[in-house]
Every structure is written in structure tokens, then in C-alpha cells.
Design a protein around this ligand. Structure first.
Ligand code: FES
Ligand code: FE
Length: 357
């Protein structure tokens, strides 16, 4: 997978699921181990012992917080230094090459985040996390057989909301996507649109709306490469619901989505229906997204059909192309981003299809 992705933070698991034993995961096609040190802080490293290539995730963590290999018992400190080779006579020098490759690792929002190289951007923002007026529900993580870009695009694809999620996120009698524009600023895409949504309170305690349908404004911040913050405002009640979503790119063909649903209404409500609502939506999406070919989004805009209401996908693919340092192909309109860095660009409502053949 592209080396540029190694410079961004990706979630690798829930913090509460990380106990005293090390855990294995995959990130960008690479085996990664993460574990807690003696103070409880998470750390991450290549899941491969420098001695004989054994998976360190099969090992243990000692009282000092060192990772101990299950094969010969060598141990590694959180900075990658080998601290013990029990087969050597006491006091013998530990060779410098017995060094484990370690990665930046930090806990945030109840998730463990890993960056495989010097970070190019901070962990994506989730401002409500520290806001006491919100309640957060961590939805069940889901692993799909697809690239993370497909997962992200599905999360933000307006065209399917009323069709695939008929009665839940929209209705089939109202499929026209409202006009909106996308602004690309650095490594973020920002866009907003107002739409009518069905009231799902009978099935799921989600909107707090009392009428049959409600009007809501959705404000999105898509943090490249694979995270989205969506703030929904319900016009009828003034209440807010946010979704924070981040995908873990395990490989080019497998990804895990982590999602929080947060609200500033019904604060004492049972969290279960909120999580269940997201699980129902995800299970409607999964077979569709896993069926898409290629498994990862093609960055050349000519490879799939782009219509004006697809402008988020167009802007996303262009920004991702820039981030990955790949030559732009099939660029659209006159708002192309410059080479070298992801600059600011705006895609107007009617601008999307120009230049795409
Ligand atoms: Fe890990 Fe030998 S393979 S200590
Ligand atoms: Fe969906």
C-alpha cells in the first residue's frame, strides 16, 4: 500500500479490549502488535521478532512493560531496545541489530491509534468527546472485505441514503440529492447539506423528532485519509447527533470501521437502540460495499461514472490522489489541487461532471 498512508494515524482497536496480553492486528498490509506498558499506556511495534521473525503478539508483557518473545524469551522495551537475551551469558553485550521497529501509538476517544512513520497530521478531531453535554455510544466495530476508501465513501454517499436505507436515513420517494459544495482545506474536506429524513423513533431512539419526518442539516468534516466527523442538527428540536467514524486500513482488501454515535438529547436513554441502529445500517451496507469492484476506489475519475451529486467522492478521490503523491488522472473542472501539497479547492454544485468523459 502507498507509503504516504504510513504518515497518518489509524485506529487499530478499542482501548478497553487491550488487556495485559499483547494483541495482533494488521495495518496497511503489515503485521502490528500493540500492548500496554507498566503504566497502562499503549505501544505498538512490528509484529515480528528481529531474531527469527516470530509474531511477538503470541508472547507476553513483563512487569516492566517489555514485550517478551514467545520463542526464545528475548524482551523489548517500548522504545524497541532489546533488554534481555536469556541465552547469552550474563553481562554479554546485546547486539544493536536486536532492535524492534516501534511505531507512534496513542489512546484517543477510547481507541488505540497507530502511525507507522512521522505523523503528517494529528489524530482526526472529535470535539464532542470532551463535551459533557453529549453522551457517546461506541457502536460495534465491523470488518469488511474492501479497501478503506470504499468504506469512507459509503459512509458519506448521499445518493444511497434514501434508496438502500429506505425508511431509515431517507425514503425512495425523495432521492434527489440537495445542492451542496465541497471545500478542500489541507487534509480535510468540508461540506454540508440539509435534507428531510424519516422519523425512526418508533424503531430506534435516534432523532428525538416527533413528526413523521424531520429536517436536518448534516455538516461533514472528512479527515484524510479515512475519518469522518458528521454533525447532524435537527431543525424541529434543535438537538444534535454526531457520528465520528474512522476506518482501519488492514490491507488493500480488508478494513475495520469504528463509529461513535453521540447525542445531546435523551441523555439517560438506554444506549442499546443507538448502537443497534448503526448495526442495522452497516449490515445493509456491507454486502453492497463488499460487492464493489475494484475492492478499493479507483482514483482515476474516468474509471467510474461521476455525476454532479457525486462531488464528495470526486473531491475525495482527487485529494487522496494528491495525498498519495500519485499523478492526477481524469481531473475534473477547474478546481484541481496543486502538486506537492493538498491545497484549498472548492467544487461548486454544478461543477462536478465537467471534464469527465
Ligand atoms: Fe523471538 Fe527468538 S524468535 S527471541
Ligand atoms: Fe449506508
Amino acid at each position: 500500500m502507498s507509503g504516504a498512508l504510513r504518515r497518518y494515524w489509524h485506529p487499530v482497536g478499542w482501548e478497553h479490549e487491550l488487556g495485559p496480553a499483547p494483541r495482533a492486528t494488521m495495518l496497511l498490509g503489515q503485521r502490528v502488535v500493540f500492548w500496554r506498558d507498566a503504566a497502562g499506556l499503549p505501544h505498538a511495534a512490528a509484529d515480528q521478532c528481529p531474531h527469527r521473525g516470530t509474531a511477538l503478539s503470541l508472547g507476553t508483557v513483563d512487569a516492566q512493560g517489555c514485550l517478551v518473545c514467545p520463542y526464545h524469551g528475548w524482551s523489548y522495551a517500548t522504545d524497541g531496545r532489546c533488554t534481555a537475551i536469556p541465552q547469552q551469558t550474563p553481562g554479554a553485550r546485546i547486539p544493536e541489530r536486536a532492535h524492534l521497529e516501534v511505531y507512534a501509538c496513542t489512546p484517543r476517544y477510547g481507541l488505540v491509534w497507530v502511525c507507522l512513520e512521522e505523523p503528517a497530521a494529528p489524530v482526526p478531531a472529535f470535539p464532542e468527546w470532551d463535551d459533557p453535554t453529549y453522551r457517546h455510544v461506541a457502536c460495534e466495530a465491523y470488518t469488511w472485505q474492501c479497501g478503506a476508501g470504499r468504506m469512507v465513501e459509503n459512509f458519506t454517499d448521499f445518493g444511497h441514503l434514501g434508496y438502500l436505507h429506505d425508511g431509515l436515513l431517507g425514503t425512495r420517494d425523495d432521492l434527489v440529492v440537495p445542492a451542496h459544495r465541497v471545500r478542500t482545506e489541507g487534509t480535510e474536506l468540508r461540506y454540508e447539506l440539509t435534507m428531510t429524513v424519516p422519523n425512526t423513533n418508533d424503531q430506534f431512539a435516534v432523532t428525538g423528532v416527533t413528526g413523521e419526518r424531520g429536517l436536518q442539516t448534516n455538516s461533514y468534516v472528512l479527515s484524510l485519509p479515512y475519518a469522518i466527523h458528521l454533525a447532524c442538527r435537527y431543525h424541529d428540536t434543535g438537538a444534535h447527533r454526531t457520528l465520528f467514524f474512522a476506518a482501519q486500513p488492514r490491507s488493500e482488501t480488508e478494513s475495520t470501521g469504528y463509529c461513535f454515535q453521540s447525542r445531546d438529547f435523551d441523555l439517560d436513554a438506554d444506549p442499546e437502540p443507538f448502537a443497534e441502529f448503526q448495526a442495522v445500517l452497516a449490515e445493509q451496507d456491507r454486502p453492497i460495499v463488499e460487492s464493489q469492484r475494484p475492492l478499493e476506489i479507483p482514483l482515476d475519475l474516468r474509471h467510474e461514472l461521476q455525476l454532479p451529486f457525486d462531488k464528495v467522492a470526486i473531491a475525495y478521490r482527487r485529494a487522496l490522489t494528491e495525498l498519495l503523491g500519485q499523478p492526477a488522472a481524469g481531473s475534473v473542472g477547474n478546481s484541481s489541487v496543486g502538486a506537492g501539497s493538498v491545497g484549498a479547492a472548492e467544487l461548486e454544485p454544478d461543477e462536478a461532471v465537467r471534464g469527465v468523459s
